[in-house]
Write a protein that binds this ligand. Structure first.
Ligand code: FES
Length: 116
């Protein structure tokens, strides 16, 4: 059965990503970068930098919740996903929710076999 685009999938427990930290998780062959914003809840993004496809997990998340890619030092607000330096770019956000201390994400669909 093909996963529906609106279907949330369990990723991890809330305690797996402490406030002010980030980590990458894989569910059914797809990866997601989770950022636990201090006092602001969970954010989910594609784990790949929108500049030149480097892994964002190799970057740095500072106390202002600014995520800096390790490759060319582009900076993003890990809260909003918007570019800080440069502006006008953004991380690819995925829908995320927390229920009963469990984190769920909607992954982007990949070439659905609609005629199968
Ligand atoms: S690949 Fe991330 S800043 Fe260039």
């Amino acid at each position: 059965m093909v996963t529906d685009a609106s279907e949330y999938q369990k990723v991890c427990d809330l305690d797996d990503v402490w406030e002010g930290e980030m980590d990458v998780f894989e569910v059914a062959g797809q990866e997601v970068l989770l950022v636990h914003v201090e006092g602001g809840g969970m954010r989910a993004y594609s784990p790949i930098c929108p500049h030149q496809d480097f892994p964002l997990i190799d970057g740095d998340l500072d106390e202002r919740c600014i995520l800096t890619c390790s490759a060319h030092l582009w900076q993003f607000s890990a809260d909003s996903g918007e570019g800080v330096n440069p502006e006008g770019v953004s991380l690819n956000a995925y829908p995320v929710k927390v229920e009963n201390d469990t984190v769920f994400v909607v992954f982007p669909t990949v070439d659905k076999a609609v005629n199968a």
